[in-house]
Design a protein around this ligand. Structure first.
Ligand SMILES: NC(=O)C1=CN([C@@H]2O[C@H](COP(=O)(O)OP(=O)(O)OC[C@H]3O[C@@H](n4cnc5c(N)ncnc54)[C@H](O)[C@@H]3O)[C@@H](O)[C@H]2O)C=CC1
Ligand SMILES: O=C([O-])CC(=O)C(=O)O
Length: 346
């Protein structure tokens, strides 16, 4: 189906309204009145605890919960919590416009999770289409929103989202993020355990992408500085790269990481809202369109500001082990990016 026809079929105007004229939300106005956040996939394993954490955020004034089913119960439940965020439920494609209209930040954990034995790429066939459809809605109903994409395979879904926005004429690369915060959270935790530090005081930059060898924790650039023998560094690196699979195996068919992911996504959402509010010095790693390497999408530490990505921090110097991993990730990451681009351009 031609793109315009597909858009019109999926997204009628919000109920009782003419198709809204979407004016850009001026960043200066953001924050003062709080943020309007939409969670797409809100009734799922990540969506529910993430929505709980966002309901607890003093920065959120409107929380829109969208899913294909079961949002009414989640919203009713959360709405009894005595915080200021107003919660609304939006179920099914015809309610997506109401969920999105006016959103400052859209967080997307919609899609299927892995089962044991699957790779993240095995999710592509189902999740690519879900992400494309949801992003077509974002392009139409909240084109200036920041988008934080959780749905796997992130290495491919972010290029898909970018192409949807590009062809809708709404692409703002500084507002589109693949959420890799869980890799940082895990790296901080495992390094703290290994070094006898408090996890809250450790910061590991994690670069590359979000699958196996493409997840590159730069252990030589950890703060505070720690020194690890190569065998220990290699083992830690591999544990961080396989941490998602560790959870998938432990859940034994019941899905993948949800609670730690919800916390990681809430941390990333808070960082976005702090940056939109003009707070200085907000730095997070995320997977974004990037020219730091030959790869067109790459995760690295970013300084965020009211306009989105304000600075790509220089990549940390890599030691021999990390350089070797970087070389090994390139082909896989490039292939995942192309797979996403090819899908979106069909
Ligand atoms: N980026 C990351 O670090 C991580 C990513 N993930 C990914 O997050 C995704 C979600 O995982 P879970 O929440 O555990 O899965 P889940 O199956 O528990 O929840 C997914 C939700 O998406 C909803 N959904 C499906 N199609 C939809 C559509 N077209 N529109 C709106 N909602 C739709 C489902 O109804 C369900 O409620 C998976 O793709 C998973 O691989 C998971 C953990 C970490
Ligand atoms: O492993 C998975 O399928 C989910 C995920 O991305 C993670 O936990 O890092």
């Amino acid at each position: 189906m031609e793109r315009a026809a597909r858009l019109a079929a999926h997204f009628p105007a919000p109920q009782g309204q003419a198709m809204p004229e979407l004016e850009a939300q001026p960043t200066a106005a953001r924050g003062g009145a709080g943020f309007n956040v939409a969670v797409l996939g809100a009734a799922g394993g990540i969506g529910q605890p993430l929505s709980l954490l966002l309901k607890l955020s003093p920065r959120v004034t409107q929380l829109r919960l969208y899913d294909v089913a079961n949002t009414a119960g989640v919203a009713a439940d959360l709405s009894h919590i005595n915080t200021a965020a107003r919660v609304s439920a939006h179920t099914g494609a015809d309610q997506l416009p109401d969920a999105l209209y006016g959103a400052h930040l859209v967080v997307i954990p919609a899609g299927v999770p892995r089962k044991p034995g699957m790779t993240r790429d095995d999710l592509f066939n189902i999740n690519a289409g879900i992400v494309r459809t949801l992003c077509e809605g974002v392009a139409r109903y909240c084109p200036t929103a920041w988008v934080a994409l959780i749905s796997n395979p992130v290495n491919s879904t972010v290029p898909i989202a970018a192409e949807v926005f590009r062809s809708a004429g709404t692409l703002s690369p500084g507002h589109l993020f693949g959420v890799t915060t869980l890799d940082v959270v895990r790296a901080n935790t495992f390094v703290a355990e290994a070094a006898g530090l408090h996890p809250g005081e450790v910061n590991v930059p994690v670069i590359g992408g979000h699958a196996g060898v493409t997840i590159l924790p730069v252990l030589s650039a950890v703060t505070p500085r720690i020194s690890l023998p190569e065998d220990k560094a290699r083992a830690l690196m591999e544990r961080i790269q396989d941490a998602g699979t560790e959870v998938v195996k432990a859940k034994a068919g019941a899905g993948s990481a949800t609670l730690s992911m919800a916390q990681a996504a809430a941390r990333f959402a808070e960082a976005c809202m702090r940056a939109m509010s003009g707070e200085p010095g907000v730095v997070e790693c995320a997977y974004v369109a990037s020219s730091l390497t030959d790869l067109p999408y790459f995760a690295s530490p970013l300084r965020l500001g009211p306009a989105g990505i304000e600075e790509f921090l220089p990549l940390p110097r890599l030691n021999a082990l990390e350089k070797d991993n970087f070389e090994r990730m390139k082909a896989e990451l490039q292939a995942s990016i192309h797979k996403g681009l090819d899908f979106a351009r069909k």
